[in-house]
Design a protein around this ligand. Structure first.
Ligand SMILES: [Zn+2]
Ligand SMILES: [Zn+2]
Length: 367
């Protein structure tokens, strides 16, 4: 068993001087085979009665085991909506600890239901596909639209690497893409700091940077598959901690996430979140290189390095391969800033015309 602790490293907000409160809800993350990790819950002050959330798939993967070992009440999640989470929250009664076994949908419904009911929350991811595993943000649907709201980060996450390693490959690729995209989100946040007087937190930055470096290390070679997945999980957690510290997605979501959100609204067949973000990050890296003198100097973080690592992670780097039309991607590049006009990014500093967007796509090699 390996335990990652954070509160010491996060430091105080007075020391940081950033103006954010430095949320420290996530106390530690346990890396261990599932049954062993479950035995550890009591030591973390996470007590019964337990409720375990799952869907049909994650019930078979691990939900059933968790329910049996803990004698927990089972809650089946059917849809990723606020209404679903509200209904489940009402049923929780005296439940003290809500445990999510899942991918994104289950984690987000359980996270919000736990928040509403006041129960403690534990995250058990079944795939390393995105950094919502430990973040305080729940992203759910309301009247057909996806909305992100601030809740509370889990008290702990239990990471069983053998479980994560058996996830479908495209989910693992998605996790790598979501983290590599932080090269852009951090620089977008710095633009906000330098050009729009936004608050900036060095402590959150250091966790986001560590996430990128861990993933680059994992992709460089010299690790077997399981080690790579373990490093990826560590990176996703570090990115979630970055968001937790400032209670905002800002450190982990910039122009590349806006483009991904735009694609979510327009694509009939969406790709995995982190794959869309990875592709978009490559284009945004090139836009930064043209218009942002504060862009990275380090080769590994620049567009050529990014292309290399995205490719190693299995992210498709041709739009036709990915199933996105050049037209739609160009539209996303020139229109996505409208999704969040108030969150300053490179797309707000320099809004590319449709022609420029096509030029960027050619330069990136995507078309
Ligand atoms: Zn993301
Ligand atoms: Zn700070």
């Amino acid at each position: 068993m390996r335990v990652l602790e954070f509160s010491g490293e996060i430091g105080s907000h007075e020391g940081c001087g950033c103006g954010f409160k430095h949320d420290k809800s996530l106390k530690e993350v346990v890396f261990a085979p599932l049954r062993e990790a479950l035995d550890h819950l009591g030591q973390l002050d996470l007590h019964p009665p337990y409720a375990v959330f799952y869907d049909d798939v994650t019930y078979r993967i691990a939900g059933r085991t968790v329910q049996k070992v803990l004698g927990a009440r089972g809650v089946r999640v059917a849809s990723p909506t606020f209404r679903e989470a509200e209904e489940k929250a009402q049923m929780l009664g005296a439940v003290k600890t809500v445990i999510a076994v899942g991918g994104g949908t289950v984690i987000d419904v359980a996270k919000y239901a736990a928040y509403l009911s006041g129960a403690d929350f534990v995250s058990i991811p079944t795939a390393p596909s995105h950094d919502g595993i430990v973040s305080p943000i729940a992203s759910l649907f309301a009247e057909g639209r996806r909305v992100s709201i601030m809740t509370r980060a889990p008290a702990t996450a239990l990471i069983d690497v053998s479980l994560l390693s058996s996830a479908p490959h495209e989910l693992i690729t998605s996790g790598f893409g979501d983290i590599l995209a932080k090269t852009v989100s951090i620089k977008d946040w710095q633009l906000g700091r330098d050009e729009a007087s936004e608050a900036y937190c060095k402590s959150a930055e250091s966790f986001a940077l560590r996430a990128i470096n861990v993933v680059i290390d994992a992709l460089k070679g010299g690790h077997d598959f399981t080690e790579r997945v373990e490093l990826l999980a560590t990176a996703l957690i570090n990115s979630g901690v970055a968001m937790m510290i400032v209670r905002s997605s800002r450190p982990a979501s910039g122009s590349e996430h806006l483009i991904s959100h735009y694609l979510d609204m327009k694509l009939d067949r969406r790709l995995r979140h982190g794959i869309q973000c990875g592709i978009a990050a490559l284009v945004m890296a090139i836009l930064h290189e043209k218009w942002n003198p504060n862009w990275w100097e380090d080769e590994a973080y620049r567009s050529d390095g990014l292309r290399e690592y995205l490719s190693k992670a299995g992210v498709p780097l041709r739009l036709d391969e990915a199933g996105i039309s050049g037209e739609l991607m160009a539209e996303a590049i020139s229109e996505a800033w409208r999704i969040r006009p108030d969150r300053y990014t490179i797309l707000h500093k320099h809004r590319p015309s449709r022609e420029e967007a096509f030029e960027l796509l050619r330069e990136s090699g995507l078309i």
